[in-house]
Design a protein around this ligand. Structure first.
Ligand code: MRU
Length: 350
């Protein structure tokens, strides 16, 4: 199995199953998970087997379809009621990335608008899920094109978490310009924050970038300041889980610290995300629900022996909010958006 040939998540048409790369196993082994049951799909999203805002949106859309394909309800109203409750359940797997809710809403709207019978609705759900998947690929490629205009061959780029192809279906958001640049013979020096506590940077960004032949250096999160001070970084590229109407960017915990450092050292800070991540209904970052995760991710995971004393308090928010004032620009499939974000986001997406 070759990583380069596999999408992060896809619909296996022969079995009508959702197939994902199990990201909890990377980089040690490349394994696929085949899912057809709503509890297994919920669990795969919750445990971060599939993760990254766009990838969980697409997986939930395909996942809802594969569940609906198997619903036993024959009568249309009962079928739609079952669909709505399954969508609500999948939507509750993770609260922060708006793409999950966005994709499931799109699927529900498509189903309810379908005038035919149960079989017609199932066919409609199939097509909507595939459309969401195809749009994700196209949006990520366009983000890469716009992002490439912000850097030049040889630049140092620092990234946090994984907003690469493993967080989308192909290309990624923050890493899309790097993947596209490599296709065109450009070379960047990429610094990948390890991203405590779940190590998406060290495990996943480093994996996909090295597989693509990129020059990638893993650093501990507390080394970002030093590499910026050394003058090794010309741009910061990060993804987003939700962008509020005022331009506040919610992304993996630690991102806001990177943005503050970038401002201090005069390095431009870019958030790269598709329109499905922009939530104009959310006025400001403080309105975004932040997922709190289990303490053992901080104290036990990755360690042979528990590394903190039993009984101590642990704070483990999965995301933070970078204030719009620390964001140089937001890069979407429609172009590069500069401040004032409130005005310019509304102009493009309102
Ligand atoms: O908890 P994760 O791994 O799902 O968090 C992912 C991130 O924070 C990404 O940066 C974000 O979802 C953007 S992915 C294109």
């Amino acid at each position: 199995m070759n990583f380069k040939d596999i999408d992060t998540a896809y619909l296996d048409e022969s079995t009508q199953a959702l197939v994902i790369i199990d990201q909890t196993k990377l980089p040690a082994s490349l394994e696929l998970m085949t899912l057809t049951d709503e509890h297994a799909i919920y669990d795969a999203i919750k445990r971060l087997c599939v993760r990254g805002a766009p990838a969980i949106g697409v997986s939930a859309a395909i996942g809802l379809y594969v569940c609906a394909y198997r619903f036993e309800e024959r009568e249309k109203d009962a079928f739609l009621a079952r669909l709505d409750s399954c969508a609500a359940y999948l939507d509750s797997s993770r609260p922060t990335a708006v793409n999950l809710h966005w994709a499931l809403e799109r699927m529900k709207v498509a189903a309810h608008a379908c005038e035919g019978d149960r079989e017609n609705i199932i066919a409609r759900l199939h097509d909507e899920a595939i459309a969401i998947r195809n749009e994700d690929v196209a949006m990520c490629r366009a983000i890469g094109e716009h992002g490439l205009t912000l850097v030049k061959d040889g630049d140092g780029i620092l990234t946090h978490c994984n907003a690469g192809r493993l967080a989308t279906i192909r290309y990624g958001t923050a890493l899309s310009p790097i993947h596209l640049g490599i296709e065109r013979g450009m070379r960047f020096k990429v610094f990948s924050d390890e991203t405590r506590p779940l190590l998406q940077g060290a495990r996943l960004s480093a994996y996909e970038l090295s597989q693509a032949g990129a020059d990638v250096t893993v650093i501990c999160d507390n080394m970002a300041s030093q590499v910026m001070k050394n003058g090794w970084v010309q741009a910061i590229f990060v993804g987003a889980d939700r962008i509020a109407a005022n331009g506040d960017v919610c992304n993996k915990i630690g991102t806001s610290g990177v943005a503050i450092l970038a401002k201090y050292y005069g390095v431009p800070f870019y958030a790269l995300a598709p329109s499905s991540t922009i939530d104009l209904a959310c006025k400001r970052g403080s309105d975004i629900p932040i997922e709190q995760r289990s303490p053992d991710e901080v104290t036990e995971m990755w360690y042979e022996n528990r590394m903190a004393p039993e009984g101590v308090g642990v704070y483990n928010p999965a995301f933070d909010v970078t204030e719009a004032s620390n964001v140089t620009a937001i890069v979407t499939e429609r172009g590069v958006i500069y401040p004032p974000f409130e005005v310019n986001l509304k102009k493009l997406f309102g």
